[in-house]
Design a protein around this ligand. Structure first.
Ligand code: KG4
Ligand code: ZN
Length: 331
């Protein structure tokens, strides 16, 4: 078995995965959303402090598996340096005391392998990764051959939901709450610009759209018109435009590179409107859409454990003294 640890942002999570069967034997997670909500976003130092409390608490529930562990895996990049360090420190201590090897796992690969928990991996696959830190289109041929085709040039998809939510004073994380308000809103009430509409490049951008939403909110505030209805309409108009941007870029890419397998991963892949619209697009291009179960869309250690199984079988270990934390890398 492998014990895996995830602490790249605001979720403390540990999982136990059986190597031979890829079976997930245990998966626990403590989220810090409530503690960060008052600040409208994740405060790295607070997150690190909360990991110090949460990780040992979860680990106590794993002790019965210690005798069967063959390796310890931990997310070491990309993410917040101060929070990654907490997971890595615990992983090093465990590997050292149990005298078993250490595996460093890339968080983005983890999100991709959230598709394959308790399953065989499917390659090649084209992937849209949408989270709080990333908006990327990726072509994956296998675990070690993953290429970023396009990324955001400023904010990420999930981050833009968080920022709109903050402007509307709806708390953090913004994705679920904006999606909820959008359900009852009129998405044609505000005309917002679809980012990079004229650009032929496969790139994403959310700062212009965020600014347009900011101005719309300002106008409504000036006319004393911030009601539940206004919030719903702004949420719906923003969500429609944010998704329209992704769909336009995907369509452009699919025209020259139609995929057999396509997937959406990352915390924001939980968005139902995004899922439905991408599904329709995939149908048009005869592509099979793969989605991770909802519980594995946001950060979790189960996806890290699933990658670790592959790395264990490839003898891909890292020296305890050489594992380092990197905040900004792709693969
Ligand atoms: O993958 P994740 O848990 O953490 C990162 O690696 O960033 O993703 C969290 C992000 C947050 O920005 C959150 O607002 C967004 O995913 N998110 C959503 C939804 N649920 C979570 N964005 C849009 N719609 C949702 N339903
Ligand atoms: Zn993530």
């Amino acid at each position: 078995m492998i014990l895996s640890i995830e602490s790249s942002c605001d979720d403390s999570s540990i999982a136990i995965t059986e190597i031979k069967t890829k079976k997930l034997l245990l998966h626990k997670k403590i989220s810090q959303e409530l503690q960060h909500s008052v600040y409208g976003g994740v405060v790295p130092e607070l997150a690190a402090r909360l990991h110090i409390e949460a990780l040992p608490k979860i680990l106590e529930e794993c002790t019965q598996y210690f005798k069967d562990l063959k390796a310890i895996a931990v997310t070491n990049a990309p993410g917040l340096s101060v929070t990654l360090t907490e997971g890595v420190t615990m992983a090093k201590a465990l590997a050292l005391s149990l005298k078993i090897p250490l595996i460093g796992v890339n968080h983005l690969k983890g999100h991709i392998y959230s598709l394959f928990i308790e399953k065989e991996a499917i390659f090649p696959i084209t992937i849209l990764l949408v989270s709080g830190g990333h908006t990327q289109l990726i072509l994956a041929n296998n675990l070690n051959e993953m290429k970023v085709i396009g990324s955001t040039i400023d904010d990420s998809f999930g981050e833009s939901f968080d920022k709109v939510s903050k402007m509307l004073k709806l708390g953090y994380p913004g994705g679920p709450v904006i999606e909820k308000f959008a359900l009852h809103g009129d998405d044609s009430k505000y005309e917002l610009p679809v980012p990079l509409r004229q650009s032929p490049l496969i790139q994403f951008s959310y700062s212009g759209l965020k600014n347009a939403v900011r101005l719309a909110i300002l106008r409504e505030e000036e006319s004393n018109n911030i009601t539940e209805e206004t919030i719903s309409n702004i949420s719906a108009s923003f969500q429609k435009t944010a998704i329209e941007h992704i769909l336009m870029k995907l369509k452009k890419y699919f025209k020259t590179n139609p995929p057999h397998n396509f997937a959406i991963v990352g915390g924001a892949s939980a968005n139902k409107s995004l899922r439905t619209k991408v599904e329709t697009l995939c149908d048009t291009f005869d592509a099979k859409l793969h989605l991770a179960p909802m519980e594995f869309c946001s950060d979790n250690a189960a996806m890290i454990g699933r990658v670790a199984v592959e790395q264990y079988l490839n003898n891909d270990f890292v020296n305890i003294n050489e594992i380092n934390v990197q905040s900004r890398v792709d693969f």
